[in-house]
Design a protein around this ligand. Structure first.
Ligand SMILES: [Zn+2]
Ligand SMILES: [Zn+2]
Length: 289
């Protein structure tokens, strides 16, 4: 199944880069959402190169999604981002140090098989990305959702192109957490995919996002700082499922912001498979290494 088709070049006025925004940027230079310094955003419209015969050529979606960042972050910060690439574990997606290696199962996935089929992430969870995600989640810099979501979209297009994904489920937060933070970061990361794809001159076919199927019925302590065993214990029995008919016989893509030990997404996958999902895959923004 193909999720992308090129569309004719059209106005992307809902994106930075429109005339009004270029004018506003000149009068009020934006601050980099990562380091907070003033910077000069890119003025060149992003998009795929137009060939002389008028056909649109789809260039590398990852490069395109990188270009989206130039409207929000300074070039120093963007250059510090690194993408995850092969060789990596075929299941959990952890990249291997040796560049000579082929993709294969890592020791952890051999000794502790995962419930999900595979997990992929856009970037390693290094200090730089941690700072960005913290600004996004805890300083409510929700403008970051689209450029970060764009990086995830490019991984999705690369990894799942030609595959069937029936629905997307963001990993849920407990309602207390939603109330205090005001948003579910996992949902925000993907909910702008259509607009991001449009800015990349790609028409993305509709994949339903369900936020009412998986619920977090117990508030848990933050996983940060917990060991692997504690994390497993912390998420056990935390999630429950409503409307099992929505996932029965379906291929599901779980979306989260950070993959640390995989305990959270593995627990979600366990429940989804128990209630009849045929396959669960995972996509995250960041991957702890
Ligand atoms: Zn910066
Ligand atoms: Zn693995």
């Amino acid at each position: 199944m193909s999720y992308i088709e090129p569309i004719a070049k059209s106005s992307t006025s809902n994106w930075p880069g429109s005339l009004l925004n270029i004018f506003l940027d000149a009068v009020f230079p934006p601050k980099c959402l990562v380091c907070n310094r003033l910077f000069k955003p890119a003025t060149k419209r992003f998009g795929n190169e137009q060939r002389p015969n008028g056909a649109i050529e789809i260039t590398d979606p990852f490069a395109e999604s990188y270009r989206l960042l130039t409207f929000f972050c300074c070039s120093d910060c963007i250059n510090a981002f690194v993408a995850i690439s092969s060789p990596m574990c075929t299941c959990c997606g952890i990249p291997f140090k040796s560049q000579q290696d082929q993709d294969h199962l890592c020791g952890d996935c051999i000794s502790r098989p995962k419930k999900f089929r595979l997990a992929r992430a856009a970037m390693p969870y290094d200090q730089q990305l941690m700072a960005v995600i913290h600004r996004f989640k805890y300083a409510a810099k929700t403008q970051l959702a689209r450029p970060l979501g764009g990086l995830m979209l490019s991984v999705f297009l690369r990894q799942w192109e030609g595959e069937k994904v029936d629905l997307i489920l963001p990993v849920p937060l407990h309602r207390q957490k939603i109330r205090s933070r005001g948003f579910n970061q996992s949902y925000l990361l993907i909910h702008g995919w259509k607009a991001v794809a449009k800015a990349m001159h790609i028409s993305l076919s509709d994949i339903p996002i369900h936020t009412d199927v998986l619920t977090r019925s117990k508030a848990t302590v933050a996983q940060t700082g917990l060991g692997r065993r504690q994390r497993l214990k912390n998420v056990k029995g935390v999630f429950s499922l409503r409307f099992p008919e929505k996932i029965y016989g379906k291929t599901v893509l779980l979306v989260d912001d950070v993959y640390t030990t995989g305990a959270t997404v593995n627990e979600c996958a366990r429940i989804l498979l128990k209630f009849g999902a045929v396959r669960v895959d995972v996509l995250t923004m960041a991957r702890a290494i």
